[in-house]
Design a protein around this ligand. Structure first.
Ligand SMILES: NC(=O)c1ccc[n+]([C@@H]2O[C@H](COP(=O)([O-])OP(=O)(O)OC[C@H]3O[C@@H](n4cnc5c(N)ncnc54)[C@H](O)[C@@H]3O)[C@@H](O)[C@H]2O)c1
Length: 284
C-alpha cells in the first residue's frame, strides 16, 4: 500500500521533525498535540528549520511553501482518521502510548497502519492494546530527524510482511535508510549503544582513566565522533539509566546492570547538558 497521508501524534522534538521530513517528500501531514500552543510551537520550529534551509540554498522558497502547505496542525485526534499511517511520538511512557493507540484504534479504519517512534517500549505489547497487531510496527527515527539517515523498523510478533513492506517503502520515500529489527529490548541501536555508555561509566567509577581519557580513546582509537560520556550528557543521564533498566529487566541478565555511578549521578540531578552538569559541565 502506498502511503500518501500521514498522521503524527505529538509535536515535540521528534514529532515535528518527522512531520517536516514527511512533508518535504510530498506527503500530506496532520500533526496532533494535546494543546494548541504545543502544536504551534512544533509548526514554528518547522518553519524556522525550513527558512534556514532556504537561506543556505538547500531548498527554494517555493519548495518551503509547498512543504508548509502540506502540514496541518490539530488538537483533535478525529482529524487523523483518514490517514493511511499514524506515527506516534508522545513521551516515553507505556501507559500513555497504549491509551493513545486504543483511542486511535476506535477512530481509524481497520487498514490504517500504527507506528510507534518509541526508543525502548516493546512494540508487541503496544500492538496488543489494539485490534490490529498485524498493522502495528516500530518506526524509530533518530534525533535530529532531518539530519539522521536511519530509521530502525521494528516488527512486533504479529506484524505482517505487508505492513513491514509499506513502512520500509515509506522510510525510503522520506529520504531515510530503513534497517529492520525484531522486537527485543533496546532493538539494535540502544542494545549496543547503552551498554557501551554504561561500561564507560564503570571505567570512570573504577578509576581506569579520567573522563577525558575515556572519551579520548573512543574518539581517537575508534573514530567515534563523540566520546561515550559526552554522548551520555547529550542524551540525558536519566534517559540512559532508564534504557539500561529496560535492558536489565527485559533480559533479566546481569550484564545489563546499570552502573552505580550512573544511578548516583541521576539521583544527584546531574542529568547532562539539560541541567548544565553531567560528566562534564556546561554553561547554560
Ligand atoms: N528525543 C530523542 O532524542 C528521541 C530519539 C528517538 C526516539 N525518541 C522517542 O520519541 C518519542 C517522543 O520523544 P520526544 O523527545 O519528541 O518527546 P517530547 O517531550 O519532545 O514531545 C512529546 C510530545 O508529545 C505530546 N503529547 C503527550 N501526550 C499526547 C497525546 N495524548 N496526544 C498527542 N500528543 C501528546 C507532548 O505534549 C509533547 O509535545 C519518545 O517515545 C522517545 O523515546 C526520542
Amino acid at each position: 500500500m502506498e502511503i500518501k497521508k500521514i498522521g503524527i501524534i505529538g509535536a515535540g522534538t521528534m514529532g515535528h521533525g518527522i512531520a517536516m521530513v514527511a512533508a518535504k517528500s510530498g506527503h500530506e501531514v496532520i500533526m496532533r498535540d494535546i494543546e494548541q500552543n504545543y502544536v504551534d510551537n512544533g509548526l514554528q520550529k518547522i518553519d524556522k528549520f525550513l527558512s534556514k534551509s532556504v537561506a543556505r540554498e538547500k531548498m527554494t522558497e517555493e519548495e518551503k511553501k509547498q512543504a508548509l502547505a502540506l502540514i496541518k496542525g490539530t488538537t483533535k485526534v478525529e482529524d487523523l482518521k483518514d490517514c493511511e499511517i499514524i506515527i506516534e511520538a508522545v513521551v516515553e511512557n507505556i501507559e500513555l502510548k497504549k491509551k493513545v493507540f486504543k483511542e486511535l484504534d476506535e477512530i481509524c479504519g481497520p487498514d490504517v497502519i500504527f507506528a510507534s517512534n518509541t526508543s525502548t517500549i516493546p512494540i508487541t505489547e503496544m500492538a496488543a492494546a489494539t485490534s490490529r497487531p498485524d498493522k502495528f510496527i516500530g518506526m524509530h527515527f533518530f534525533n535530529p530527524v532531518p539530519i539522521m539517515k536511519l530509521i530502525e523498523v521494528i516488527r512486533g510478533l504479529g506484524t505482517s510482511d505487508e505492513t513491514a513492506e509499506s513502512v520500509v517503502a515509506l522510510a525510503k520515500q522520506v529520504g531515510k535508510i530503513p534497517i529492520e529489527a525484531h522486537d527485543y529490548p533496546g532493538f539494535i541501536s540502544n542494545r549496543i549503544l547503552m551498554p557501551m555508555i554504561n561500561e564507560a561509566v564503570f571505567c570512570l567509577m573504577e578509576g581506569v582513566a579520567s573522563k577525558e581519557d575515556i572519551d579520548g580513546v573512543m574518539k581517537l582509537g575508534m573514530n567515534h565522533p563523540m566520546g561515550p560520556l559526552e554522548l551520555a550528557d547529550l542524551i540525558g543521564l536519566d534517559t540512559c539509566l532508564y534504557i539500561m533498566e529496560v535492558l536489565y529487566g527485559g533480559f533479566a541478565d546481569s550484564k545489563y546492570r546499570p552502573c552505580p555511578l550512573l544511578k548516583k549521578m541521576v539521583n544527584a540531578g546531574y542529568l547532562g547538558r539539560k541541567t548544565g552538569r553531567g560528566f562534564f559541565e556546561y554553561t547554560r
